[in-house]
Design a binder for this molecule. Structure first.
Ligand code: HEM
Length: 408
């Protein structure tokens, strides 16, 4: 569907399918001030790419501006603790402080340490697949569970605890993404952050006394070689969950839906599971779960004939960049055989996602196992997938009803 006028991002239909709106902005207003979001929107690949590499002018220290854009002045004071805590997350940091936080995790989060999780991720996936009913909502009963169980394993916490943590992570992420839904307001986000900090402070204390073979213990060990305080360690430990849970759950779910909506590609994939890696990259390009990031300008920036002012909030719309015809051939086509798929779903540069290896491994195992076990799985006639429409930043489904064609 083409649109011919300025988009309305407070409209749930636009949130459900924002791609026509992005196409319009790329063509007509590539640097667009959005009153609803109180931010500039950059939608072209070249501009998003340049901005994320320009850490001098585009700061990641964004929490106060995000709260100011979302919360009326009389309520902002209540969120001072939220802003303070969330500003210590590495994704809100710049320069040397940011590098120190990344190093803290980098030592614990190497591609080798992720690859060593392969068998455990396979075991979790197999266990979860074997408890599925023949006709089921795969969002609630599979994709919402697997990433939480994997993160629990990484953190050395019990599975039931991880399933409980999901509520806090959702509350925080939905608020950060600018939810249209009053159920995900600042109060819920603050409560989620505070409860998560109490929970993980206790875990850190336990691991200090008795280290285990888990991520928390490895980050603590790395922190002994650096000058990082307990608060900084805690901030990054909590942030990994905030960054890694919803994105992974939503991306797996969205990815499967697009495959099911392109049956000829699904058949090709089932016939040759070597296509699973390019298929995952195409899911990320075509419809990334984390569809944008924010920055705050350190100085006035002019693109074309538009000047954005120092202190303004800017949205880097990666989902739009990934559909830019100036970069990708036939960008609105979902094509699992696409080559040169240089998408921006994981960002780029200094803030490049630290969870790429984990997500790619997880997705490879989940999709391969799912199709081997349930080769006949299909959507259910009369029960379509339902999109969440409360949040432009974090795309995802509410429900994905599936008939597993139970062959096993
Ligand atoms: C499909 C899944 C995922 C997507 C689409 C995604 C996307 C992103 C993006 C776009 C950024 C950059 C944010 C910015 O520039 O402001 C980012 C940062 C980050 N991601 Fe992911 N992510 C995913 C999964 C994960 C997972 C599984 C983890 C860890 C368990 C993770 C950990 C992080 C961390 C720690 C950062 C911050 C890096 C920094 O600021 O230096 N992500 N992610």
């Amino acid at each position: 569907m083409d649109i011919q006028s300025l988009p309305d991002f407070s409209n749930r239909d636009t949130v459900r399918d924002p791609y026509p709106a992005y196409a319009y902005l790329r063509d007509h207003h590539p640097v667009y001030w959005c009153d609803h979001l109180k931010a500039w929107l950059l939608t072209r690949y070249c501009d998003v790419f340049a901005a994320q590499g320009d850490v001098k002018r585009y700061s990641s220290n964004r929490m106060q501006q995000l709260v100011d854009a979302r919360v009326p002045p009389e309520k902002r004071g209540q969120l001072a603790t939220f802003v303070k805590l969330a500003s210590q997350w590495m994704y809100s940091q710049d320069g040397d402080i940011h590098k120190a936080s990344r190093n803290l995790l980098g030592k614990a989060f190497t591609p080798r340490s992720i690859e060593s999780l392969r068998q455990s991720i396979q075991d979790i996936t197999d266990r979860e697949l074997s408890r599925l009913e023949p006709s089921t909502d795969l969002k609630a009963n599979l994709f919402d569970r697997i990433p939480a169980l994997i993160l629990a394993m990484l953190y050395g916490i019990a599975s039931e605890e991880a399933l409980k943590l999901r509520r806090w992570m959702k509350d925080i992420v939905m608020f950060l993404g600018g939810s249209l839904d009053p159920g995900y307001g600042p109060e819920q986000a603050l409560e989620g952050v505070e409860e998560m900090y109490v929970y993980f402070a206790a875990i850190i204390e336990q691991r200090r006394k008795q280290p285990e073979d888990d991520l928390v213990s490895r980050v603590l060990e790395a922190s002994q070689d650096s000058a990082s305080s307990n608060d900084e360690v805690l901030a990054q430990i909590v942030f990994i969950l905030v960054a890694g849970y919803n994105t992974s759950a939503d991306q797996l779910c969205i990815g499967l839906l697009h495959l099911l909506e392109h049956p000829e590609q699904l058949e090709a994939l089932k016939a040759d599971l070597n296509l699973v890696k390019p298929a995952i990259e195409e899911m990320l390009r075509f419809d990334a779960a984390g569809s944008l990031s924010h920055r705050v300008l350190n100085e006035d920036v002019t693109i074309g004939n538009v000047t954005m002012k120092k202190g303004d909030l800017v949205y880097l719309i990666r989902a739009s960049a990934n559909r830019d015809p100036a970069k990708f051939t036939d960008p609105d086509a979902f094509d699992i055989r696409r080559t040169n798929n240089d998408h921006l779903a994981f960002g780029r540069g200094e803030h490049f996602c630290m969870g790429t290896a984990l997500f790619r491994l997880e997705a490879e195992i989940v999709f391969t196992s799912l199709f081997k076990r349930f080769p006949k799985l299909s959507l259910i006639a009369g029960k379509p997938a339902i999109w969440r429409t409360n949040n432009l930043q974090f795309r995802g489904l509410k429900e994905l009803p599936i008939d597993l064609g139970k062959g096993v």
